[in-house]
Ligand binder design. Sequence first.
Ligand code: ATP
Length: 234
Amino acid sequence: MLAVDDLVTRYGAVTALDGISLEAPEGQVTAVLGANGAGKTTLLRTISGLVRPQQGRVLLDGTDLSRTPPEKMTSLGIAHVPEGRGVIAELSVAENLRLGGLHRRAGAEAVDLDRVFALFPVLKERRTATAHVLSGGERQMLVIGRALMAAPRILLLDEPSLGLAPRVVAQILALLRNLVESEGLTVLLVEQNAASALSIADRGVVLNLGSVVASGAAERLAADEKLRHAYLGF
Ligand code: ATP
């Protein structure tokens, strides 16, 4: 299981994470919610080793990864899909996907590619198209698919809904839920779109100014009117 314990991450004088502890139970979606600047992106970046915490631990099955370099994370089964849907625009959909599986053993690629195409049939249809012609939603599927090519156990997903139409957001979150149900993947889902995220999550954690202000079952958080008004914006 993935957990963080008393994480403190600072950028110079700015304390982005101020003693965060949370767990991401296996085979569940844990939504990380909170306003701009709450520390959500920094939490994912600290877990995946892109920034070093000043204090605290990132625990994978009890082993501390907080000093592990980011390039090791893939082989430990942790995949991070950052905000922004970065793909290589000149390469085809299939070529972009293959980049995600570079460290996998020989022979795994075809199986992984078939699995991603089964999850995202639209990527199969568009496998020879160059990535720059994809819509925002298709691009989001491509970056998730590329992360899955590394066959991770844990997926860290930063704001997949950003800038997408509500219908597309619903489609992507439903695909994510399906992935968790069918493959037992563990997902830490950062979202500003709290209502949508909680609708597919098992649990939620609400951050404010680098601290956890609430956590628990997704339905309970979504039903808490005070919490919704104060921190969740719906
Ligand atoms: P957003 O949705 O806007 O990305 P967030 O909840 O993901 O918000 P973070 O991006 O983690 O929040 O930012 C937490 C705090 O750290 C903010 O005060 C932000 O200004 C600051 N911060 C983030 N990145 C840096 C950086 N590279 N250098 C300095 N301060 C930073």
